[in-house]
Design a protein around this ligand. Structure first.
Ligand SMILES: Cc1cc2nc3c(=O)[nH]c(=O)nc-3n(C[C@H](O)[C@H](O)[C@H](O)COP(=O)(O)OP(=O)(O)OC[C@H]3O[C@@H](n4cnc5c(N)ncnc54)[C@H](O)[C@@H]3O)c2cc1C
Ligand code: FES
Length: 284
């Protein structure tokens, strides 16, 4: 059993969870993820590791309450236990001295991008970060980024902070920056990853995305996380989750992510959470 050290809502519908998992905390690297179960009979869900404390043996993840398992997880209080935490899984982010890197994070990606920003900085890169949300009240960890990176920029759908719009405005940000950017890395929902990759394709800037297909075992056994990248089949859990955003078959990924939508909405309907069920259908 794994003890929950801290659990709270950080901004509406987004939760921060710190779990005692010393073995994972000792080994985890930026860009890796865990798979956990919120209860004994529950499904396994992948979550990125957004921070860790090797000395205390804890890992922290930021998750969006989007469906049945994340809803259950959000109800667990500090001091309670969950039955399964497996990891660290997936490959670590490719961290080198690239020069200037632009890191873009939307929704939970604002959290999972943080260790990547830290590692990029430690390698001597100039690190520019763009965080994206529907509105300014949905931003978190801005204080952490401000002291870590060279520049922090915002995009909001409603224009309440930074540029108004969505990640499709990245070319304007790059023009305004007026400095060469050698690599872009995007972390967040599939919409964000695709729109960001579309936006940088014509600019010819290498763009890496953190893919989040449906996963089951996370160790290359089941094939559920299959994606097509550059015309080749890849298993995101063991060959990713980072891939070249300009080579991902986004239409196929979107289609595969909808495979269990009808089943995913059932627990929400049966728990009489109709409004949440509608929201989930819209997200997908
Ligand atoms: C490698 C990896 C890392 C991830 N890291 C994080 C993280 O750090 N924080 C976080 O909040 N989520 C993360 N996710 C996504 C997370 O695993 C899903 O949101 C979660 O499985 C949903 O479980 P659920 O039972 O609550 O919702 P479900 O009942 O499974 O789904 C509810 C609704 O959400 C949609 N949905 C399912 N999966 C996703 C997804 N990947 N992205 C967007 N919508 C989805 C479904 O289509 C459905 O409509 C990651 C996924 C992967 C593959
Ligand atoms: S999740 Fe099963 S092969 Fe990747």
């Amino acid at each position: 059993m794994y003890k929950i050290i801290a659990s709270r809502m950080i901004v509406p519908n987004m939760h921060i969870l710190t779990i005692e998992a010393p073995v994972i905390a000792r080994q985890v690297q930026a860009g890796q993820f865990i798979i956990l179960r919120a209860e004994e009979e529950g499904e396994r869900i992948p979550l990125s590791v957004s921070d860790w404390d090797r000395a205390r043996g804890t890992i922290t993840t930021i998750f969006m309450n989007i469906g049945s398992t994340t809803s259950r997880l959000s109800q667990l209080a500090s001091g309670s236990f969950i039955p399964t935490v497996v990891g660290p899984l997936g490959n670590a982010s490719e961290i080198e001295h690239f020069g200037t890197v632009l890191l873009i994070g939307g929704c939970y990606g604002i959290g999972s991008l943080y260790p990547v920003a830290r590692a990029m900085k430690e390698k001597g890169n100039r690190v520019l970060v763009v965080i994206e949300a529907r509105s300014s009240y949905l931003f978190f960890w801005e204080d952490r980024y401000r002291v870590l990176v060279d520049k922090l920029l915002h995009i909001t759908r409603d224009g309440s902070k930074g540029l108004k719009g969505h990640i499709g405005r990245i070319p304007e940000i790059l023009t305004a920056l007026d400095e060469p950017v050698h690599r872009v890395l995007i972390n967040g929902c599939t919409f964000c990853l695709k729109r960001g990759s579309d936006a940088t394709r014509e600019l010819g800037i290498k763009t890496v995305v953190d893919l989040n297909p449906i996963m089951i075992d996370g160790t290359g056994m089941c094939g559920v996380c299959r994606v097509s990248v550059g015309g080749m089949t890849k298993f995101a859990c063991v060959q990713g989750p980072e891939f070249d955003g300009h080579e991902v078959d986004w239409a196929e990924l979107a289609q595969r992510r909808k495979s269990y939508m009808a089943e995913e909405v059932i627990p929400l309907r049966t728990s009489k959470c109709e409004e949440h069920a509608h929201q989930s259908e819209e997200v997908s």
